[in-house]
Design a protein. Sequence first.
Length: 412
Amino acid sequence: MKIAIEGCMHGDLDNVYATLLHLEHLQNTKIDLLICCGDFQAVRNEKDLESLSVPPKFRAMNSFWKYFSGEKVAPFPTIFIGGNHEASNYLWELYYGGWAAPNIYFLGFAGVIKFGNIRIGGLSGIYKHHDYHLGHFERPPYNSSEIKSIYHVREYDVHKLMQIEEPVDIFLSHDWPLGITDHGNWKDLVRKKSYFEEEIQKKTLGSKPAAELLEKLKPPYWFSAHLHCKFAALVQHEDGGQVTKFLALDKCIPGKKFLQIIDIESKPGPHEIHYDEEWLAITRRYNSIFPLTAKRSYFGSAQLDMEECRQWVRSKLQSRGTKPFGFVRTVPCHNSTQTVANRSFSGHNRNPQTEALLEFLELPYVLDDSEPAQSPASSISRGAYDYDSEDGPIEDADEIELPEEDDDDDVV
């Protein structure tokens, strides 16, 4: 199976797909799957732009809306996670994962699916310590603080991923696992990105929860993006010789290393996306303690037995099948007169895919049924110069400028 890995999409689906189609023709090969490591920017219409946390000059429709509307269809099955530049209102509709457009699947805020017999897991967002232990308190429409905190990784989602026992073949995170630079050529990295050196020396570059997941899951492959450069590492785990091949890739601009194609052994096709039994069982077990306020999350009160959840989910999947529920267009698209069902609920669109999945798992819909919580002080009060390494030190850790890189010798 040939899998294409892409760094930060930034809404430029047209160019990424065109590049892959060109490579297929040039190399006389077939690409089975595209994986995107965040900043996908699934912007459907002008309303979605209001939930996109980017500086105003980068607030553009780009090309996802064409695939959402049906004007274009993704030429490859595409799986993506969220980063820190997303249409967060849409991704919240698909918190548990689902089709963002035909042939384009969002893994959810955390999730695991199967593509053929390849098991792919992912964690959306970026790590910020001041929001990590809080619940998912944000509700659309987001205020100026929530538009940034909504994509901050939460302990609840990491805790669910830490329950995974079966092997994961590929794992995705937007920011890098903390300490990953110890396993690659970091000196070459800082020659191109000199402002990384201080964080590398202080061991603060990257995500601590991602590092914990890397140590727990030990996947053969781990892919990331966020820092707008290509970096490879080889992690030799301590127990029994398991090795993780780590690769981070750049953003989609000409001349940059934003794509990599890998070969993974797999069973013969057809290769399709399917629900993962273990992940659905974890979802069912922990949904009763889904934290929906700014209070610190606690996980000891989950009542359901994991093995009973597995057996229950297995029986349900055997009856229904394992393919995800189908894509439904729920809002008008940009530059379109198409009509859609009005499913608005207190400013939040209940996505039929999410409703169907929760009904299938016999779980209540909780994404809009609690009172909006006040943003916690930790999400409002930030230092004058918080630091985010994506493009160097900036005044606000989440208002990331996306300049052209100054090293022009990179290629796809």
